[in-house]
Ligand binder design. Structure first.
Ligand code: X90
Length: 279
């Protein structure tokens, strides 16, 4: 089946050259400056502005119009959003889907709350790219996609939780721990799509080891892994090597986060999406 995959920019795919993928951008607002998380965003410049700015900064989810623009022209649409526990993106996409259906009664559209973000959404997109062609039944494809998504996970490692706390996405007390020099917070996307802290570790090696340990604890056995990083290629590579030492068949991809994930994961942050068993 020919289908369009529509995600919000938390999926880090705004610069994708694949014509079947479209992104609805979130926006990052730092003081007077607005950064639309589209294919043109300069993440390094955004991070620099953020570091220099002492006042308020925030983000906003895609508007209904932004979603409608991304759906445009498509007959079969799979739309995957960042977790609705932390963002209004899913709600906005649902409103847009209703409008789109009213205008295009024959269109098929499936909106999925990923209960996650970034690299875990990326796995779902890859699955669709691989599987959509061979299937003609939209509903069956949606069911299979959801099944696949229930079998993937997300672990993160953050050096700072300042932006998450400032924007009310984690309690201040949790953020303060990461503020202590050298402490990293390792956590996961919970079943409800919230941030759950799993460990506080000191130092690079311990952080990477803790990420793998928590991937294993939550069901990682082998298979596909996507490691995204915010200006931290060296630790992303170290994690890749550590995984490969133990799991020779793991297929691991490393990539740079784009605007939204960089804003919240901050410098040094790593987000890992992984398959939970042989799927
Ligand atoms: O609607 C908006 O303005 C977007 C708000 C997004 C808030 C959270 C983004 C988290 C991004 C942090 C580490 C991964 C946590 C995953 C938990 C589900 C990255």
């Amino acid at each position: 089946m020919n289908c369009k995959i529509v995600v919000d920019s938390s999926a880090d795919l705004a610069a994708s050259k694949n014509k079947n993928i479209a992104t609805a951008p979130l926006e990052i607002i730092i003081g007077e400056e607005k950064f639309s998380d589209n294919k043109k965003i300069n993440v390094a410049a955004m991070m620099k502005t953020m570091k220099a700015h002492k006042g308020k900064s925030s983000t906003s989810c895609p508007s209904v119009k932004a979603w409608l623009d991304a759906f445009k022209g498509a007959q079969n649409i799979f739309c995957i959003t960042i977790t609705s526990a932390l963002s209004g993106s899913y709600n906005s996409a649902c409103v847009a889907a209703k409008e789109y259906k009213a205008l295009n009664p024959n269109a098929n559209i499936c909106v999925i709350d990923s209960l996650s973000t970034g690299a875990e959404i990326g796995l779902a997109v890859d699955w669709l790219l691989k599987n959509a062609e061979q299937r003609d039944d939209f509903v069956e494809l949606s069911v299979r996609l959801k099944k696949y998504m229930s079998n993937t996970g997300l672990i993160f490692m953050l050096k700072s939780l300042e932006n998450l706390a400032k924007n009310g996405r984690v309690p201040l007390a949790v953020a303060k721990i990461a503020g202590i020099l050298g402490i990293r917070v390792v956590g996961k996307a919970s079943e409800k799509g919230e941030l759950k802290t799993l460990a506080k570790v000191r130092g690079d090696d311990a952080a990477i080891a803790s990420v793998l340990e928590n991937m294993e604890k939550t069901g990682f056995q082998d298979g596909k892994v996507k490691i995204s990083h915010c200006f931290n290629k060296s630790e992303a590579k170290a994690l890749k090597n550590l995984i490969l030492q133990k799991y020779k068949n793991a297929q691991i991809e490393i990539y740079e986060m784009r605007g939204l994930c960089s804003f919240y994961a901050e410098n040094g942050g790593i987000i890992v999406g992984y398959e939970k068993s042989a799927v």
